[in-house]
Design a protein around this ligand. Structure first.
Ligand code: HEM
Ligand code: HEM
Length: 155
């Protein structure tokens, strides 16, 4: 594999690790407190956007591929990524609609509705196992890159 491709893979690996760490931080409002949870969630948009940008090619091709002949696994992977994206949007939108710290700090006041609180609770709970499946589907890549990263470090 050419050098720049290898470096891109390594960059993806580091960004994925950062994304996972920031997701874990965001998913624990009981530990951080709700105000910090809200600010962390806002900053989480950065690694998440980078994650999507680093797969922009894949995303662009995915819809066409879905219409072509594919293995069941590949088809499932594409549909799963779409569902994951929708779920992430729902977590964010509902999060903003139940904000008690971030929006008030920006002088935006909202009437918090039970529907959005429940939506935030349910989507945030559901996205965790969904993410587990996403990581499981990419497990061979994770194992391969982990070996490559640490083999290099041991040199
Ligand atoms: C929040 C934590 C997440 C982590 C830790 C994570 C991790 C990963 C990993 C390890 C890969 C495979 C390696 C790579 O090429 O980078 C990957 C691929 C990908 N991820 Fe994520 N991901 C996350 C969330 C998401 C979400 C919410 C979406 C929404 C669409 C998404 C979309 C994709 C896409 C399109 C790919 C490439 C295609 C694929 O193999 O599935 N990821 N992700
Ligand atoms: C990746 C994005 C996010 C994740 C994974 C996430 C996850 C969670 C989780 C797991 C809870 C505890 C829910 C419960 O036990 O009922 C929670 C509560 C909360 N989140 Fe988020 N959240 C995200 C984004 C946001 C955003 C962007 C905001 C607002 C700016 C927000 C505001 C809140 C508030 C106010 C609570 C406590 C009140 C409630 O549960 O209704 N969240 N979040």
């Amino acid at each position: 594999m050419s050098n720049w491709k290898q470096n891109l893979q390594k960059f993806r690996y580091v960004m994925d690790a950062l994304l996972l760490i920031s997701f874990m931080l965001v998913s624990a409002p009981q530990a951080t407190g709700v105000p910090l949870h809200e600010w962390f969630s806002l900053f989480f948009i950065v690694p998440f956007a980078i994650h999507l940008l680093l797969h922009w090619d894949w995303i662009q091709r995915s819809f066409k591929r879905l219409l072509s002949k594919l293995s069941a696994r590949e088809r499932f992977n594409i549909v799963w990524d779409y569902l994951l994206y929708i779920m992430m949007l729902l977590v964010f939108v509902s999060g903003f609609l139940v904000s008690v710290a971030l929006l008030p700090a920006l002088h935006i006041s909202l009437n918090i509705q039970d529907f959005w609180s429940k939506m935030h609770h349910d989507t945030a709970t559901l996205i965790m196992p969904m993410l587990g499946v996403h990581l499981a589907l990419n497990l061979s890549w994770i194992v391969k890159l982990t070996k490559r990263m640490f083999a290099k470090e041991a040199k």
